[in-house]
Design a protein around this ligand. Structure first.
Ligand SMILES: *[C@@H]1O[C@H](CO)[C@@H](O)[C@H](O)[C@H]1NC(C)=O
Ligand SMILES: *[C@@H]1O[C@H](CO)[C@@H](O)[C@H](O)[C@H]1NC(C)=O
Length: 426
């Protein structure tokens, strides 16, 4: 295939938004952000649009329940799910998203803007959960139904092809799902699926073995980006001020990381290999918590999850206890003062979550049903022992400390430190 030479395209977040509560101010903030973001940031080839972290502080949703429902669905997907089985594949309670990373994506021409969850753990892009789909002259209804089960939610509806605008990328003929039913997606419009292509298999009805080209694949084949690479820059949430999140298609943005990027081959171990799966090992201080094993990196999971045996070791070593209210480990101030580094070895390099990086942002304690004065840990229990090919999930709390590169073209995952790796913002 001919390699186009276009520069990477970045989707930048508004400088002024890190955490927002849902409500009427959300759209107002996004509108404001669009105006601000119209100014080129890195160079004239970088076009930006809001990419914000959104926390639903009005709910009582249990963050761990929601994550575990998702993890079960991910793990149980042992082969491409055929449409007929999709709805019955996993049966779990539906919970609302508590923390979401949202990108504004345009569909149609003129485009209607939708707030879509940025998800590396699924690959269908769909709209209509909130804002209804508005057809334009570029909208083409196909004869297919489309349906995806996420464990913590689901949607079903009709497949269309349409023009999809992500920053300066204007992708034509993109397959999208238009939801007629969805659950678990209050406050957002759908998903921007940037997981592996194969995850789209079995999502169409009549059932077909074929995959549906993702936005990343179409951006590449239509010549807008030089390689199938998506890089993600998340930053820790603070109650203080402006944070930027950035999604870059087709390359990496060196202003978002420090040092060099360490790449590791995607794991061959199933079921982690169905996703953005890698091998890693974890040590707490100098104690081994998890020896080298397979798991996944996932923008759609909030916390960091490790196999139950590893979790027991961590719980014991930290002196933390499980808190019934939040489902999180809770640690005393005295034990927090003694907390050691949590060290991940990935691709032969070490990546460290400092003690501060291991705690839930205290300013958001009450948003998860916790007490403002407590200290909660972001390491949680997958609920199954190690050795099952799905022994960790490096979720948002991990990705907020490192720059992550999802490289389909080279079948690898990259990680680099950032100026937030050792920040004490929590
Ligand atoms: C926030 O969470 C609550 C409780 O889960 C839910 O009822 C509400 O719809 C959510 N709001 C949004 C905007 O997601
Ligand atoms: C990952 O770990 C598995 C199991 O130990 C091993 O078979 C595999 O070669 C490792 N590397 C990759 C890239 O999958």
């Amino acid at each position: 295939m001919q390699r186009p030479s276009s520069p990477p395209v970045s989707v930048l977040s508004p400088p002024q938004v890190a955490v927002m509560t849902f409500g009427s101010s959300f759209l107002a903030l996004l509108t404001l952000a669009l105006t601000v973001a119209a100014t080129p940031i890195a160079s004239s080839s970088f076009v930006s649009l809001p990419f914000a972290k959104v926390v639903n502080t009005t709910g009582t949703a249990n963050i761990v329940q929601k994550d575990l429902a998702r993890i079960r669905a991910l793990k149980e997907r042992t082969r491409p799910v055929v449409f007929e089985d999709a709805a019955s594949a996993v049966s779990v309670p539906i919970t609302n998203e508590l923390v979401s990373y949202i990108a504004s994506v345009g569909v149609g021409s003129p485009a209607t803007t939708y707030d879509l969850i940025v998800d590396t753990g699924s690959s269908n892009t769909w709209v209509g959960a909130g804002t209804k789909y508005k057809t334009t002259s570029t909208s083409v209804k196909t004869s297919n139904s489309v349906s995806v089960e996420y464990g913590s939610g689901s949607f079903s509806g009709t497949e269309y092809t349409d023009t999809v605008t992500i920053g300066s990328l204007v992708i034509t003929g993109q397959s999208i799902g238009v939801a007629s039913r969805s659950s678990g997606f209050d406050g957002v419009d759908g998903i921007l699926g940037i997981g592996p292509l194969d995850l789209t298999q079995g999502t169409l009805s009549p059932a077909t073995e074929s995959t549906i080209p993702t936005v990343t694949e179409n951006a590449f084949t239509q010549g807008f980006i030089p390689s199938e690479v998506v890089a993600v820059s998340f930053e820790p949430t603070t109650s203080e001020e402006s944070q930027n999140g950035e999604l870059t298609f087709g390359g990496t943005d060196s202003s978002k990381f420090t040092g060099s990027i360490t790449y590791t081959s995607l794991t061959t171990t199933e079921p982690a290999s169905f996703y953005w799966g890698i091998n890693e090992s974890i040590e707490y201080g100098t104690t081994s918590i998890l020896s080298t094993t397979a798991g996944i990196v996932d923008t759609g999971t909030t916390l960091l999850y490790i196999a139950s045996d590893a979790f027991s070791k961590y719980e014991k070593a930290t002196g933390a206890t499980l808190d019934d209210e939040t489902g999180l480990l809770k640690i005393s101030s005295a034990n927090f003062a003694k907390l050691q580094n949590l060290v991940f070895t990935i691709g032969g390099e070490t990546f460290t979550l400092t003690p501060n990086a291991q705690i839930w942002p205290r300013s958001l304690n009450t948003a998860i049903g916790g007490s403002a004065s407590s200290i909660y840990l972001i390491v949680n229990n997958i609920g199954t022992p190690s050795g099952e090919g799905f022994d960790f999930i490096d979720g948002q709390v991990f990705l907020e400390r490192f720059y992550a590169v999802f490289d389909t073209s080279n079948n690898r995952f990259g990680l680099a430190t950032t100026s937030f790796t050792t920040a004490t913002s929590n």
